[in-house]
Design a protein around this ligand. Structure first.
Ligand code: 4NP
Length: 156
């Protein structure tokens, strides 16, 4: 199984959204037995919580249910378990790179899988308006397609 871990700061907005969108894509492609998906936060602030209600509402409008997800913090063993550890912004990437020790080649920036967007980081929607969550989902949908293509080319 190829395992993917999405990581943001809080694990209540961006990375749970990425987990939900990417899992739906994986299921749609009949690859649920082949690709595993999870998410985590670099911070401990929201451990045990459901995704932010605004993230849940935005995802639900696209047919994706985030309600069963619970926040957890990224841990050193994740860099052995997961083939892809994917940060949403440069700050996540820097934090993951320093935690990864010898496994830095597993750490990625999500939007590197969507160069056509011209955007480098998934913006943090936490302190913004509801529109930020739709922008986040648009970027996540684009990068999810690119990530699946990368997995197909390199692992399947
Ligand atoms: P996330 O967004 O990293 O996309 O989950 C945030 C969630 C919470 C906070 C910051 C960003 N916070 O400051 O609590």
């Amino acid at each position: 199984m190829v395992k993917v871990l999405f990581v943001c700061l809080g694990n209540i907005c961006r990375s749970p959204s990425a987990e939900g969108v990417f899992r739906a894509l994986v299921e749609d492609q009949g690859l649920s037995e082949t690709i595993g998906v999870d998410s985590a936060g670099t911070s401990s602030w929201h451990i045990g919580q459901q995704p932010d209600s605004r993230a849940q509402a935005a995802a639900r409008r696209r047919g994706i249910d985030l309600s069963t997800q619970r926040c957890r913090q990224v841990k050193p063993a994740d860099f052995e378990t997961f083939d892809y550890v994917i940060g949403m912004d440069r700050s996540n990437f820097a934090d993951l790179s320093s935690l990864a020790a010898g496994a830095r080649d597993r750490v990625h920036m999500f939007l590197d899988f969507a160069p056509e967007t011209g955007v480098k980081e998934v913006p943090d929607p936490y302190y913004g308006g509801d529109g930020g969550f739709d922008e986040v989902l648009d970027l996540i949908e684009a990068a999810s397609k690119g990530l699946l293509e990368d997995i197909r080319q390199n692992h399947l």
